[in-house]
Design a protein around this ligand. Structure first.
Ligand code: 16G
Length: 195
């Protein structure tokens, strides 16, 4: 991809079909919201939608820094990664919440849909990179975005959805229906240098 003019406005093309979010049946989940919020009404001045290129200028990368090490991601690097995700149909569902009053991304969560041969060529969901801005705590946004991405995985016929998280987050995810399966699966990793 050629380098973009840094001053050119970025597109609002969604990473995936936004209607998918609107079609989700929130009644299918046991999580209750008080006050009630939903993908269509996540809170005053807020909108939930798929990631788009313009989110680079709305603090998306800075938000991810609240989760882990991100590095210096340039505009072109971001656009190239967005493009390679977009080229993999039915795989990447990066979902964000924007505060329309400040034009800032304040929460994000990613569903990755992995294709399998097992379970009759099923697909499996992975919940990744969940982050809510420190300034937006207490508005049920984490609960909402995880519930929505989980329902999306179900809607896309994933046979399961999994995540990894710090010990301290286990009670939070447990309240949203995620279960530890210590006897049947353990999370293991190799950390490559500089990661
Ligand atoms: C958490 C995230 C994971 C993310 C990782 C980054 C959730 C549910 N889990 O485990 O998606 O990739 O943190 O940490 O959001 P790392 O930089 O140590 O890999």
């Amino acid at each position: 991809m050629e380098s973009q003019d840094e001053s050119a406005p970025l597109s609002n093309e969604p990473l995936y079909n936004p209607h998918l979010l609107q079609r989700l049946d929130m009644a299918k989940c046991k999580t209750r919201f008080d006050p009630p919020i939903s993908p269509n009404q996540p809170g005053e001045g807020l909108i939930m939608r798929p990631l788009c290129p313009a989110d680079y200028d709305k603090g998306f990368v800075q938000l991810l820094c609240q989760l882990t090490k991100v590095g210096e991601v340039s505009r072109n690097q971001f656009l190239r990664r967005y493009a390679t995700m977009k080229e993999c149909p039915n795989t990447y569902y990066v979902t964000v919440i924007e505060d329309m009053t400040t034009s800032q991304i304040v929460a994000s969560a990613t569903l990755v849909v992995e294709q399998k041969f097992i379970h009759d060529c099923a697909v499996r969901g992975r919940l990744e990179d969940v982050v809510v801005s420190d300034d937006y705590r207490g508005k049920q946004l984490g609960k909402l975005i995880i519930t929505v991405v989980t329902l999306l995985a179900q809607h896309l016929n994933c046979y399961k959805i999994t995540l990894d998280c710090k010990d301290t987050m286990i009670p939070f995810y447990s309240r949203l229906g995620y279960k530890l399966e210590p006897c049947s699966s353990n999370y293991m990793q190799i950390r490559f240098e500089n990661s």
